[in-house]
Design a protein around this ligand. Sequence first.
Ligand code: PLP
Length: 378
Amino acid sequence: MTKRFRTETLALHASRKVDPVTGAVSPPLYLSTTFQRDADGGYSTGFEYIRDGHPNREMLERTLAALEFGTDAIAFSSGTAASLAVFQSIGRGHIIATHDAYHGTLHQLADLVAGWGTEISFVDTTSLAEVTHAIRDDTRLLWIETPSNPLLRVSDIAALHELIHGRNIALAVDNTIATPIMQQPLALGADIVVHSSTKYIGGHSDVAGGVVVGRDHPILESARNYLVRAGAVPSAFDCWLMQRSIATLPLRARLHAENALALAHFLDQHDSVTQVDYPGLSTHPDHTVAARQMNGFGGVLSFRVNGGEAEAMRVAACVRLFIRATSLGGVESLIEHRASVEGPDSHAPANLLRLSVGIENVDDLITDLSHALDAISS
Ligand SMILES: Cc1ncc(COP(=O)(O)O)c(C=O)c1O
């Protein structure tokens, strides 16, 4: 089924079937954590115990694998658990990682993974020269986040694949901000895709999850083993909610991106804004790469106000429609001062605000930001 249909159809039908017992159109939610053995001791349904496998999780995994053109997907209880499953599979080998990645991923690498004896080089992965320079004989993983967080820099997936080809280095992409709708890294040569499905895949700020997807790569087996042994499994209800949300992901992703592009153009013209970080703008340093490898530029953007932290905080204080909250990818628009959320080791500029652009009417979003920016206009 997965090869024959396009994204919107797969989002709905990749793993759904009408329940043969009741005729229910909506997929059933199975709350059971354990499953009956056959008289001969076998498990002919394929399910035994929740950590090993579960019908709602399996349904979700099949849908995510189809959307990302993978052969397998492994669903976790958070994006953080999913990234850790990939990092642990490397053993003591060297990892190269995007330096402008989600703050929690940087901390996971520096605080946890490095403690296992793994060495990590944080580099600007938009620069092939920097990545080339960082490669060592024992490099086993190139981890990129594209678009990155919070500067929305775009790494060239196909070019990085070419660069490491034949070197026994896996290319893993955190595709959270792009969504499987706007970017399919496996089709561009990546080995592994990771999402925080807490974001666009869940899409309603009410469920946490993560996923690792790939195509016949050994990291998949290691990540599934890690899921079962470490136990970071999503609940049946969380899987059911994710599955339901994915049906509208193509629609939502497109509207998030359309609204973000309109806001980026508005902010770019505003006297109180000194810079807009959004790959959809032709002035963005990675616009050409983004236009080539993405089907739209995503729903997250950052902008820098005229002034410093005080002015940025003032703008955030004056919005009425945008909600001051961390995270991204939900239907509602959020605004966030990343430097103060991340703390003293943040590399986010003090005058930067990050927007997760929701699916409200874009004119209302523009009016809201326009009023808030008036607070710092001279
Ligand atoms: C790009 C990105 N990757 C990974 C994560 C971690 O995901 P989670 O919060 O689901 O553990 C986040 C969370 O904000 C993120 O923004």
